[in-house]
Design a protein around this ligand. Structure first.
Ligand code: URA
Length: 239
């Protein structure tokens, strides 16, 4: 078999695995709110109409979601990781920060934003009068991509149901998307971060403010001024 055929074949298997994982996650969410089996009676159809509301009023816990993730092998990134970086902080935080994905330090420690960019994020959080323990920090993807390359669409797709469930469980008032990649992925847009930052958008019915990634700020300190403007808006919105 040619390597091209094998690559395509493997990509399809990964796609299929991601779809199965998504269905499994959705069924688990239904199971978590007490749904057992399906029938098509009028009563059940009426109940189905209310499922969306039930999901938001009875969210599952982060513990259950972490458990479902298990020793995840849903995409190729599992092959190169040391640790899954699930997320850290207050499970009931009013504010959630979403970054791109773990780097070397994060992979080593199994915690998000603990390297150089993470130290700057900690200072940003403190500047808005919070601590890391009072917010929740996570990423679009939970495993480190090799050489810190950008995550691929099928890798994002495999991780997305878990991030969605985390956000649904935390029910924050606000989300801050850190950097181009997180903002574009969550908002399903190709617009540049320079256009997205500075104003509020919506993700799963929650207000989302994109800003520059702390790693970008380390390379472009002049942009810290813009991030501070964004953080003032976050503080105002959190009042
Ligand atoms: N950059 C990210 O986007 N996330 C991390 O967890 C660390 C660095």
């Amino acid at each position: 078999m040619s390597p091209r055929f094998l690559n395509r074949h493997n990509a399809r298997i990964e796609d299929f695995a991601a779809t199965v994982a998504e269905i499994e996650n959705r069924l688990r969410r239904l199971a978590a709110i007490g749904c057992r089996g399906f029938d098509c009676s009028e009563t059940s159809l009426k109940t189905i109409k209310t499922w969306g509301h039930k999901i938001t009023s009875a969210p599952e816990t982060l513990k259950v979601i972490r458990n479902d993730l298990g020793d995840c092998r849903r995409c190729r990134l599992s092959g190169g990781r040391k640790n899954i970086v699930f997320g850290s902080g207050d499970p009931h935080a009013k504010l959630v920060f979403v970054g791109e994905g773990p780097g070397y330090e994060e992979d080593q420690r199994g915690e998000p934003f603990v390297g150089a960019a993470g130290q700057l994020l900690t200072k940003i959080i403190q500047a808005i009068n919070y601590t890391r323990e009072q917010v929740y920090i996570c990423n679009i993807i939970k495993c480190r991509p090799p050489e810190n390359r950008n995550p691929r669409p099928d890798e994002i797709k495999a991780c997305a149901p878990f991030l969605e469930r985390q956000i649904a469980a935390i029910k924050p008032d606000l989300i801050c998307a850190l950097g181009t990649f997180a903002a574009q992925t969550l908002l399903e847009t190709q617009k540049p971060i320079s256009k997205l930052r500075g104003s509020f958008h919506q993700y799963m019915g929650i207000r989302l403010l994109p800003t520059y990634h702390p790693a970008y700020l380390l390379r472009n300190p002049a942009k810290k001024r813009d991030v501070w403007e964004d953080m003032k808006k976050l503080m105002q919105a959190l009042k």
